[in-house]
Design a protein around this ligand. Structure first.
Ligand SMILES: [Zn+2]
Length: 343
């Protein structure tokens, strides 16, 4: 992997916001701060066109975020009012948070993959969610007291429940409505079900969202009350992304880089190793819950240090691996409650 965003990496290391950069003619990278997050910023991308601007991932909605986006567009020689379209790689609030505000200020449309739209927090939230959530955690082996403490608190997520509904669907292979650019959507499910990357072949760039980042392995998780096998989807998406090996990756966090194929291979290897670690634990423990398996895995800060949301994410990652191992035939669910897994 070769880091091409050297100013971005320097800023990353110095814990400051990177500069607004022109990464190609009429393509700009605008860092938008994320409050209280180790990720620190989202890299929003602006495609300048004959009739206006298409903005990808406008970032987290805070006063500082709005100011950074507004100032960044001015540096690029344009204006918030010139934005004609907003495309989000996925609906996490560090990407989609500001979309509604941008639409309000500019009249822009908002586009996303239709599968992603179905996961908007405002659509999936329901009154009984806290109870479903708690029961799911217990079913996968969380101790009662801890399950109660880890249950999603409606007050904490109230901000994301209002995130904007889309105006248009962007499917795999669709071209964005631009005259000066030929940007094609690439559906890369895994981190989220409707995650999109955006490819501009002529410019030799792939906007990778959170699908492929230079340093962090994106969270691939399935919550205790959810179905599905996102890791199979993610690994297939990584295989597909590897064919863009000649292009520069413009990720939504950290810094720009080359070597998409090598980075995709690294992430596939990382997940293989994780799978092997889970099988080793099951050899040792016999049938075990996802909770007990998660507690036995190596985590960079240790299981004991993982609290709250981090512990939920660790459990969700473990469960994603177990579902994948069931798909490959390496693991099967055992009889009884709580839900246990065996070789
Ligand atoms: Zn993100």
């Amino acid at each position: 992997m070769i880091v091409t965003g050297s100013a971005q990496r320097e800023a990353w290391q110095q814990r400051v916001l990177p500069p607004v950069e022109r990464v190609r003619p009429d393509v700009w990278s605008i860092p938008v701060p994320i409050p209280d997050s180790p990720l620190r910023y989202t890299l929003s991308y602006a495609f300048l066109d004959d009739t206006g601007v298409v903005l990808v991932d406008p970032g987290w909605d805070t006063g500082d975020g709005r100011a950074a986006l507004t100032a960044g567009l001015r540096t690029a020689g344009t204006d918030l009012g010139d934005v004609t379209g907003v495309v989000v790689t996925h609906v996490h609030p560090d990407h989609h948070g500001l979309s509604g505000w941008v639409r309000e200020r500019s009249g822009a449309w908002i586009g996303m993959h239709p599968v992603e739209a179905r996961t908007l927090p405002g659509r999936v939230w329901h009154e009984r969610r806290a109870e479903t959530d708690r029961a799911g955690l217990v079913a996968h082996g969380a101790p009662e007291a801890e399950a109660a403490a880890l249950t999603t608190d409606a007050r904490r997520i109230s901000g994301v429940l209002n995130m904007a509904e889309p105006d248009r669907a962007i499917e795999d292979g669709d071209l964005l409505p631009l005259a000066r650019h030929e940007v094609r959507a690439v559906w890369t499910p895994g981190h989220t079900p409707g995650h999109l990357c955006l490819h501009e072949a002529g410019a030799g760039i792939l906007l990778t969202g959170d699908h492929l980042l230079p340093r962090i392995s994106p969270n691939i998780g399935v919550h205790a009350h959810e179905d599905g096998d996102p890791l199979s989807a993610y690994l297939a998406s990584l295989e597909q992304t590897a064919k863009f090996g000649a292009d520069e990756a413009l990720p939504a966090h950290e810094y720009r880089f080359r070597g998409i194929d090598g980075r995709a291979a690294d992430l596939i290897r990382h997940h293989d190793e994780r799978g092997a670690e889970i099988l080793a634990i099951l050899h040792r423990l016999g049938p075990a819950t996802a909770w007990d398996i998660a507690a036995g895995l190596t985590w960079s800060r240790g299981w004991a240090a993982l609290r709250g949301m981090l512990r939920r994410m660790a459990l969700a990652e473990t469960l994603a691996h177990l579902r994948y191992l069931v798909t490959t035939g390496a693991v099967r669910p055992a009889e009884g409650t709580p839900i246990r897994w065996r070789i």
